[in-house]
Design a protein around this ligand. Structure first.
Ligand code: AKG
Length: 220
């Protein structure tokens, strides 16, 4: 429920990038959270991601469909326990297409066969640096769903990791979609706002589910 002075309306943040507040109602948030808890279990469960340069991502991650590791995809978790990645469920693909259709219009959702989910879990002072989602071979829009604590989501430009960018507060249940001219825009999460999750959700911290189309030749 929005208790602010002004209601939060949907906003076009950049060409092809749209924020839709409160897209998931409380029941759907709880359902998605339940699924995330299952996906986070081993095998191929929640893990810490290390970059080739020796960095450690503070948000922990679990993948569905294809396992992302810096900077490629695999069908197993080579940087985790080596187990096969969990399957990407049909209902999640349907949710992704509905999200794109609501945010950008039905034509953008046509034929978008979502087959990758990256689920990021932020607790403590976890954050995510500015980056591009550039390891896929498809131009289909990226779908982002937020659960739990609110965060500052920084949405930038396709040229640099720095300004110009727009900071958007993403709260539990919010949808953010970026495609078209913004598909390869840099984005990140400079800050999570602790203690802001809806009381009834039962989550400490923040979860983000991002859905992508791989465009890989052997995608089923
Ligand atoms: O947590 C978020 O809202 C952003 C996640 C993200 O940028 C990513 O998975 O590439």
């Amino acid at each position: 429920m929005d208790t602010g002075l002004f209601p939060r309306g949907r906003a076009r943040v950049a060409p092809g990038a749209v924020h839709v507040p409160d897209w998931l109602d409380g029941a759907r948030q709880r359902e998605l959270l339940r699924a995330c808890r299952e996906w986070a279990r081993p095998p191929a469960g929640l893990r810490t991601v290390r970059t080739p340069g020796g960095g450690v991502m503070t948000a922990r991650q679990v993948c569905l469909g294809w396992h992302w590791y810096p900077y490629a995809y695999a069908r197993t978790a080579p940087d985790g326990d080596g187990a096969p990645v969990k399957p990407f469920p049909d209902w999640l693909g349907e949710l992704g297409r509905r999200a794109v259709s609501d945010a950008l219009g039905p034509a953008q959702a046509e034929g978008a066969a979502y087959d990758i989910a990256l689920i990021n879990f932020y607790e403590g002072d976890a954050r995510m640096g500015m980056h591009r989602d550039a390891d896929e071979r498809s131009t289909a829009p990226v779908v982002s769903l937020s659960l739990g604590d609110a965060c500052v989501f920084r949405f930038g430009n396709t040229r640099t990791r720095t300004r110009p960018y727009t900071d958007v507060e993403l709260r539990s249940g919010d949808l953010f979609v970026f495609g078209g001219a913004s598909r390869l825009a840099c984005h990140g999460v400079p800050r999570v706002l602790p203690g802001t999750a809806p009381a009834g959700l039962g989550l400490t911290g923040r979860l983000n589910v991002t859905l992508r189309v791989s465009g890989f030749p052997d995608a089923a």
